[in-house]
Design a protein around this ligand. Structure first.
Ligand SMILES: [Zn+2]
Length: 181
């Protein structure tokens, strides 16, 4: 899933969480918006490990035995710890509790989406095994190296045929529909 889909999913789980817990009765509109924005950004936050990966390899191409998904920010435990830190921050207020919950839901929605095809090491660092619903499309692992824009274009050509792509479309449309109501 690409950044728009991850943000859309982060937004959807945050909206649901705030609705189910009747957060609108506890916070003012500004605070609710801060929580929604945080949750949406958390949906894509684990992919920030693209940056150190890019700096290390000077390439976004798949490098044998190294993937940006093998970095700490793609470990669910990492974000569980961050969300607990948030939960116990700000003098343990109700806002802090919600912040912790939103961080956990947003980032873990990312890992669920990544588990469709790429696979996530849910038990890291205790086990390196990656869990995926479907196998990684084979073409992706044999992509040749191109300059960045060309690489992204080649990636998209394969990505639109992947099984994750329809989920991404649905997530973005659903988020747009919720945002419009
Ligand atoms: Zn990811």
């Amino acid at each position: 899933m690409l950044t728009p889909g991850h943000i859309a999913l982060g937004y959807l789980v945050s909206v649901s969480f705030l609705k189910i817990t009747h957060a609108d009765g506890m916070f003012d509109a500004d605070t609710l918006n801060v929580l929604l924005l945080t949750g949406s950004l958390m949906g894509t936050a684990p992919d920030l490990d693209f940056l150190p990966f890019f700096i290390k390899h000077r390439s976004l191409k798949l490098v044998q035995n190294d993937s940006h998904r093998s970095y700490a920010t793609h470990a669910p435990l990492f974000w569980l710890i961050i969300s607990l830190l948030a939960y116990f921050s700000f003098g343990r207020t109700l806002f802090a509790a919600y912040l912790g919950g939103i961080i956990l839901l947003g980032t873990w929605s990312h890992f669920l989406a990544d588990s469709f095809e790429y696979g996530i090491g849910w038990l890291r660092p205790f086990s390196q095994k990656r869990y995926a619903v479907w196998n990684y499309p084979e073409e992706r692992t044999t992509m040749r190296q191109h300059i960045l824009l060309r690489h992204y274009f080649e990636f998209l050509k394969i990505y639109v045929k992947s099984r994750t792509f329809p989920f991404e479309i649905v997530a973005v449309l659903a988020a747009a529909a919720v945002l419009a109501t």
